[in-house]
Ligand binder design. Sequence first.
Ligand code: PHB
Ligand code: FE
Length: 317
Amino acid sequence: MDTYREFELGRFHFRRDDYFAYVRFPTQRGGSLEHRMDIHAFLRALVRDVAWGFFYGMIKFDDIFGTINHYGEVEVFAGKYCGLYRERGLWHEERLKTGEVEGVFRAMLEDWVPEDFDPFVAPRETGLAVGPKRGSNLGAIGRRRVVTERMIRQEDRRDPDYPVNDAFKGMAFQYGEMHIKAGHEGKFGLVNLFEYLARSDVTWNPSVVSVVEHSLFCPTTEEHALPVKHGNDRVEWFIQLNGQIDWEICDQKTGAPKAYVRMRPGDVAAMPADIQHQGFAPERSMLLVWENADPEMPQKVRQGAVPGDPDKMVTLK
Ligand code: PHB
Ligand code: FE
């Protein structure tokens, strides 16, 4: 019978069985620890870490295991950003070349994601990843964040391929009015962001729809739980478009709880650079994530050249 492969990355060891993923690592205080995660939670986090190129800053798969993007290199850690594990010396960290981490993570996805499980969609829309090895789902795990490459009305632009998600059936998409000067008809077009999002076939996977210098608008549809705890290395903004998302905000270094935020349509939140956040959406909802892609930003925040605390950026008083 075909069985799941085991993987090594530096001194980390990864294996899976029918229900769990296991990460084994040497600890500061000697010996080794094996950390266990539900296989769905592990694969949902893993596929995003790879698809997002390790994202901005820290991606925690759970309270124990994760990565930090150093843009060219990746810190892979276990226990280091969990208060208790850190205090007790039960942690390990390695800084590796991005390509090496990506190669192992990608191979793990190819081997561990079975043909009937899609880690990008909502739980109600997919089968389970439990049980013995059966095939793979390369199409699902090969998805990347959709980056708009063409202007709206350029002739060769593709129309959306995807049907309106069941959760948004019946939603009215009202297009605006446009009056274009003669001779410029082919250059302009209208999009309806709600329709674009209603047709999204993935959850918790922002797509970049506008780029103005370093300002990226990354709307996304959400349902169930964000599969990672994101510890950003810069300030990030959330604008809730519809539905509801509850955010758990914890200290980035220790995981200690700091705040709960409930966002309803029209609510705007700015996440400081020293926290981690994880969102929970009880039903499919639409969120606009606004990121600053300035590659100097982590350094500017570290040096205090720009605030990592949004309260100091704008006066909300
Ligand atoms: C985030 O970490 O800020 C994040 C990631 C994915 C989403 C939404 C927010 O879909
Ligand atoms: Fe984030």
